[in-house]
Write a protein that binds this ligand. Sequence first.
Ligand code: GLA
Ligand code: ZN
Length: 649
Amino acid sequence: MYVGVDYYPEHWPESMLEKDLDGIKELGANMIRIGEFAWHLMEPQEGQFDFSFFDKVIKEAKKRNLSVMFGTPTATFPAWLAAKHPSILSKDEYGHVRAFGGRRQYCFNSPEYNRYAAKITEEVVKHFADEPAVVVWQIDNEFGHEGSDWCFCEHCHSGFHHFLEKKYQTVDELNERWGTIFWGQTYNSFSEIPMPVPTVTTHNPSLKLDYTRFRSESVNNFAHKMTDITREHAGSGQPITTNVSGGFFDKAFDHAENVRVMDFVSYDNYPVWGGLTEPIAPAAIAMTHDFNRGLKDQNYWIVEELMGAQGHNVIGYLPRPNQAKMWSYQAFAHGCTNMLYFRWRGMTKGAEQFCFGVVDQDNRYGRKFKEVQSLFSEIQPYEHVLNEKIESDIAVLYDYDNIWSWKSQVQSASFDFNAELLRLYAPFYRHNASIDVIPTDRAFEKYKVLLVPVMQIIDDELAARLKRFAESGGTVVFSFRAGLKNRDNNIHFEQTLPGPVADLAGIEIYETEALAAHQSVPVKSKDGKEGSGKVWRDLVTPAGAEVIWQYSDEFYEKQAALTLNKFGEGSVYYLATGLDSEVLEPVALDIIKKHDIWHTETPAGTEAVKRNGHLFLMNHTGRTQHVCGETLAPYESKVIQYKKNNGQK
Ligand code: GLA
Ligand code: ZN
């Protein structure tokens, strides 16, 4: 098991190297991650490769039995490269060149960039391929983060045309499937087709979705190319990963495809970043871990674990004592097996002066140092527990085409995909049930419950798989707008909503309404409970389904807001509006109990995760809590032996 820090020896005088490595060793670390932003140091002039600095760092690390994760440095190219080949620089939707000065300003489709990136990757990997201390390679850094997934340059425009020609073969086929007859947009050739750059009103939805698919292909082709080069030249014992950033549902690339060719997933865990005054909700953090575990259906690493407040030009919330340590316990509970904290010491110069580390500019080993040190010593005895595979009975399904379809036309001003996925995830999380988060193309027969948030793109193949799942006894939970569109991002014609899953849900929808952020609609249950719906509402007419909740406002008094349909041996719920947790948590508990899924009740803001005979307990609140028989101080976390009386079973 590796535990350690992200270390940037190149940021400090060489005279500090040994003392820093001694301090990292005192922390209890056995790994450092280095190199991912040091291209110029390794190639100060074109073609002149020099790895002597990192040879020295690794030599000193080896003396202290520190292993190394080495980052291929293609996220930050040297200024000399941009000066010689300005065409490597990406362009925003207005055609503005993204100037040298930040990071990741390269175009994934630039032939020059691919050539130079391939060369530095090959050279650095060849140089350290036989270095036993280098035990893993990180490719680039947070692909597509900070807006770098988008580019609207000439390379991308011509690449898009090739993408379209390969997909549609003829421009007539494209015209037909895109519906370009609308607003007289029929194309005579692929070369006439624009990128979705600013226009008057809005672009064709099929064009927008296909351009996003092209972005995904651009990012992933580059990532796979660099991975292939690393694979070709790396040592046999050097696996390959890349570090996934937060905001993964907002990115224009399919993450499961991105990491398909890598050996394992790494994730950068920042529950709070920038100007946020509070961390994101515990359920939202938990979901990010379940998403990363789901990318390759295997446990994962965290290579950037937050310890200090973080931000570029603005920072915010300071993690309370033990809160960042608790987030680490939560990560381990959800499938993290190895952890590196970002970063050993905050840098006093450059853009990340306010990305605080384990040690700050005073170079003292203070509270944060001790917190990390205690985590490292406490967690390592549980390595065997952490390495066990997590098996869940519940899975949330997502599909990037569907997410990008919503982004192309959001329909409701208050719609947010991440929030709608959490609307179904959180009620089951609240009962501490284990949940996988997986793409729709993953086999899902093994599960007992499928949560299908705002899946507006449902084709016949997915509909058939969901029907088979329900028929054989599974429970499916849809939320609103299911089955609206096809994979060309167009509305199914002559199908009553929810389209291909109308019979599965046992309902029909004739009218719908978008709700703005300040709007909500009243709902009531059969036994008179009251609740509310937000964001959207489908006006549902049962067609075999039972009405569990219905609207209670004028005009729509009888229309259903939540239905339950028996289908084969299984059950199908349809959430017609954005119902709140008070409505959904009891529904989730009914489903959990029906399927005899392990769960346990804990106070709000606390979490219990059962792992192979143990319970990981986390107190996400600033108050003392009693959880599964244990008293947890504010932000305390611990692992205890699982005893029957701790949980529901
Ligand atoms: C990201 C990046 C790091 C650094 C941190 C700062 O995760 O991977 O290089 O910028 O954010 O929080
Ligand atoms: Zn480009």
